[in-house]
Design a protein around this ligand. Structure first.
Ligand SMILES: Nc1ncnc2c1ncn2[C@@H]1O[C@H](COS(=O)(=O)NC(=O)[C@@H](N)CS)[C@@H](O)[C@H]1O
Ligand SMILES: [Zn+2]
Length: 477
């Protein structure tokens, strides 16, 4: 796509670094002439594909994938009062077909509750039909008025994974919520991205939900990114859409539901958590190219080296690695730069000396050099790849831990909120939270925090002194 350009700006100016890397690592082209709408470059799309393959692998264990319509008739969309309030300023409407006005305006799904649940009402008859566990990965549309940003805040969300489940009881739905939270934690663990999981405050839960559990990622600039949410919907939507079932005693019962979503913010989290000043750093699990072979050509042995590189590529591909050999006639250093920018975890250099010694030089994206003997190539490379993944995870955990600050006063919280997540003691009442949010310009992210860096100790509220529990606060995207 583009010619390789100079190094990225330092990561201190994270948003500058972020915008540059989307271009230089060929992730997204932001020049599309509609605000909040962007174009996937093939390399970025390959990262998305590998990332969502993991999400599908986890979901497909006990969900089915399907596909519902994009267009939602106004009468269905307007049915759930709370839901509408949450989306009435964000929903796009289609009002015409050609030059003729539609008799019923159609919403572009901002999320698909009001497309799916009228169908669930037709499908759910008896308790034997439950549980239903479906998901779809679609584009959704939200007329975001806040600052739009590729992969983070889009008006067309291109990679919206939404799961919608139906259960016989509130308790069954609650255990589904817990399963979904575990699935999200596993997903982000596979991306080597540390997350903090918490229960959103009442005023910040999904419109129409009983409660919301959110997954937050601490970005390099200390702000948090909501990278996934799980909602217990109670019977709010089943009342509205008449999703009832006949129980074993022949009685009609309201169903209980959950829904949980992840968007391409997971790619933003992946890029931001691991990237450095040389470009992307991708976990092998999602790297479109896991190994770049760079032959070190010398004229008189060119044919032999070329043949050896091709043999290497075949052997590595047969072992299941995603491999590219770079035969371009540019100097090796330019090749190293090119693949480092694209986050390739491992480079293999093969030159005349390596051939004579029966070895290859394997260099990780962190610059660690390993001589691997040719006759134990695959186990050797596999070990280096696994070690790389572990190291990537440790580095990310270290960076996250350094951005979590336990504080005991509003002043300390103000200081911490500029650098990351502050853990405070909060009584749980809204006015104390509003005081905190206005005083130091943060959001109260949540309580019941699940993070190995945050102990669940009781205390006294930093505003009113009443009995309290830990809560996390931060500036957010
Ligand atoms: N404008 C946006 N651009 C990119 N990602 C977004 C945007 N709005 C929301 N998201 C992501 O999508 C996730 C799910 O969205 S949501 O509103 O919280 N939940 C729902 O829509 C529920 N129906 C679960 S599927 C959010 O946690 C957030 O990570
Ligand atoms: Zn208080």
């Amino acid at each position: 796509m583009q010619e390789d350009k100079g190094a990225l700006p330092p990561k201190e100016t994270f948003s500058e670094w972020y915008n540059d890397i989307l271009w230089q690592a060929e992730i997204m082209d932001v020049r599309y002439p509609v605000k909040g709408v962007y174009v996937w470059f093939p390399h970025g799309f390959a990262v998305r594909k590998a990332t969502y393959a993991i999400l599908r692998e986890l979901l497909d264990k006990d969900h089915d994938e399907t596909l519902f319509p994009l267009l939602i008739p106004e009468n269905e969309f307007m049915k759930e009062a709370e839901h509408i309030k949450g989306f009435e300023e964000e929903v796009y409407w289609v009002t015409h077909g050609g030059t003729s006005e539609l008799d019923v305006p159609l919403a572009l799904r901002p999320t698909s509750e009001t497309a799916i649940y009228p169908m669930y009402a037709l499908w759910v008859r008896s308790h034997a039909d439950l549980p239903i566990k479906l998901y779809q990965i679609v584009n959704t549309f939200r007329y975001e008025t806040k600052h739009t940003r590729p992969l983070i805040r889009l008006r067309e969300i291109t990679s919206f994974k939404e799961a919608h489940t139906v259960h016989a009881t509130w308790k069954d739905a609650e255990s589904q919520v817990n399963d979904a939270v575990t699935l999200y934690r596993t997903f982000y663990d596979r991306l080597c991205v540390p997350v903090i999981i918490s229960r959103r405050p009442e005023w910040d839960k999904f419109p129409g939900a009983d409660y919301t559990i959110a997954t937050d990622v601490i970005m390099p600039d200390g702000k948090t990114l909501q990278a996934g949410t799980v909602h217990h919907l109670g019977d709010h939507f089943s009342r509205t859409f008449d999703i009832t079932y006949e129980d074993a005693q022949g009685e009609q019962q309201l169903a209980y539901q959950t829904c949980y979503g992840i968007s391409e913010r997971c790619i933003a989290a992946l890029i931001s958590t691991h990237g450095d000043d040389k470009g992307l750093v991708l976990p092998p699990a999602v790297a479109p190219v896991q190994i770049a072979i760079v032959p070190i050509i010398i004229k008189k042995r060119e044919e032999e080296i070329r043949a050896e590189a091709e043999k290497l590529e075949t052997e590595l591909k047969d072992a299941g690695f995603r491999v590219k050999t770079d035969f371009r006639s540019i100097r090796p250093g330019a090749k190293y730069y090119h693949w480092e920018m694209r986050g390739v975890p491992l480079r293999i250099e093969i030159g005349p000396r390596d051939i004579d010694n029966g070895v290859v030089m394997a260099v990780t994206r962190f610059g660690e050099k390993n001589t691997v003997s040719r006759d134990s190539l695959i186990p050797g490379i596999q070990t280096i790849m696994n070690t790389f993944t572990e190291e990537l995870k440790e580095r990310a955990e270290q960076k996250a831990q350094e951005k979590i600050f336990s504080v005991s006063s509003l002043e300390e919280a103000r200081e911490a909120a500029g650098k990351g997540v502050a853990v405070i003691q909060w009584c749980g009442c809204e006015e104390c939270a509003k005081t905190i949010e206005t005083e130091i310009d943060v959001s109260v992210l949540g309580t019941d925090v699940q993070s190995k860096y945050i102990a669940d100790t009781a205390g006294t509220c930093i505003i009113c002194g009443k009995p309290s529990r830990p809560a996390i606060i931060a500036r957010t995207y």
